[in-house]
Design a protein around this ligand. Structure first.
Ligand SMILES: Cc1ncc(COP(=O)(O)O)c(C=O)c1O
Length: 398
């Protein structure tokens, strides 16, 4: 008998055509479990009501932001031409880093090619085999990958639970420690208790890393983010990661924090050092989006109000809806198949919604994931609520 977890060696593939046969077996298992994913390329026209994207402030198509991308590409080139430490840093990148730090209240900022690589870089460079990492169990996949690569002692604790964090930090076996959490959780849209987590970390001599991907541009004064709102933006022991690809309507990511943390990342973060720098057009778009937010700080309030409105109306229609802390509104579906069918029926009626199911949902509960935007009109909201209600599977009402 084989030991639990051991791998049974079967006959090796006898021809090159058979080498990937195991992929078909895995695909069949995913189909059986209702977990097949499909790409649905969209057209350039805005034909449907988009409640699935993360363009929270409606800036991705804003003429100032998109125009800045085009102008920067013509001036600096379509790509950045190299890694940030070789030829991939332009004056635009430096200006964006300066402005990101000024806007969010951090000491310094470092721009990465995506939020994913920013998280990989920050988690791995700020930990290592001599460190303990304590995470909320619902953190984003990019942070989980960072933990896996870190070689640290990792403990994932109960969701949004400062007492569990305190306990895990107090019982760690490594001297150095890092606590890792999302600010706004991407699936349910709820907010981490940042002040309490920061207090637990301080008590236990640990650093706090907050992924503010869904908070930047939406939460805090004029969209300065959840970390700013919690009064932690310039704290010596707090590091924030963000994406430029959601509320800022651009593409890319960044780490914000104490100057010495940023210097350390430049020297050691492998996803920064060995990756081509962000395209100049994306840097220009993010910079322009920050300018728009400074000029129109009410955008952040507007998107939060739209999310609250959507959640309230769907709740009144009988669905199980989480209270949105930012732009993400989550609606429970009875099963993964129900969620897929529900989202498809919404799309047929011109409303695109996100569909989350295992393994992308940490708690195993399938959901429609809706995202509000600052430019949603009253009639958009009427249409969204009407279509979601009309297409709901039986048993979706709580
Ligand atoms: C919480 C969170 N962190 C990080 C990321 C990754 O950001 P990006 O899409 O810029 O790589 C995402 C985006 O999907 C996210 O939701």
């Amino acid at each position: 008998m084989n030991a639990p977890g051991s791998v049974v060696r079967t006959a090796p593939a006898s021809s090159p055509e058979q080498v990937f046969d195991w992929l078909d077996e895995e695909a069949a298992k995913r189909a059986e479990a209702g977990l097949v994913r499909r790409l649905r390329p969209r057209t350039a026209d805005v034909g449907e009501l988009d409640l699935a994207g993360n363009d929270y402030l409606g800036l991705a198509r804003d003429k100032r932001v998109a125009g800045a991308t085009a102008a920067a590409a013509l001036r600096w080139g379509a790509g950045s031409t190299g890694s940030r430490l070789v030829t991939g840093s332009t004056e635009l990148h430096a200006e964006l880093e300066h402005e990101l730090a000024r806007f969010t209240g951090a000491q310094a900022a470092l721009v990465f090619s995506s939020g994913f690589t920013a998280n990989l870089g920050a988690v791995t460079a700020l930990s290592g085999a001599e460190s303990a990492i304590v995470t909320d169990k619902y953190i984003h996949a990019s942070l989980i990958e960072g933990c896996r690569l870190s070689r640290a002692e990792v403990a994932a604790v109960a969701h949004a639970d400062p007492a569990a964090v305190r306990h895990a930090l107090a019982t760690r076996r490594r001297n150095r420690a890092l606590m890792v959490t999302d600010s706004v959780f991407s699936v349910d849209g709820d907010l981490a208790p940042l002040p309490e987590l920061a207090a637990a970390c301080r008590e236990q001599g640990a650093a706090l890393l907050v992924d503010d991907a869904h908070g930047i541009g939406v939460l805090g004064e004029g969209g300065r983010g959840a970390v700013h709102e919690a009064g932690l933006a310039d704290a010596p022991d707090v590091v924030t990661t963000i994406t430029l690809s959601k509320a800022l309507g651009a593409q890319g990511g960044a780490v914000l924090g104490p100057r010495r943390v940023i210097r350390h990342l430049v020297d050691t973060a492998r996803s920064f050092i060995f990756d081509t720098g962000l395209a100049p057009g994306s840097a220009a778009a993010a910079l322009t989006a920050l300018g728009v937010l400074r000029a129109e700080p009410e955008l952040a309030t507007t998107v939060r109000e739209a999310a609250g409105n959507l959640a309230e109306r769907l709740g009144a229609a009988g669905f199980v809806v989480g209270a949105p802390a930012a732009a993400v509104v989550s609606v429970r579906a009875p099963t993964p198949e129900d969620a897929v069918g529900w989202a498809a029926r919404c799309a047929e009626l011109g409303v695109r919604v996100g569909c989350f199911r295992p393994p992308s949902v940490p708690d195993g509960i399938s959901r429609l994931r809706l995202t509000a935007r600052a430019d949603l009109t009253e009639s958009d909201l009427d249409k969204a609520v009407g279509v979601i209600t009309e297409t709901a599977p039986e048993r979706a009402r709580g």
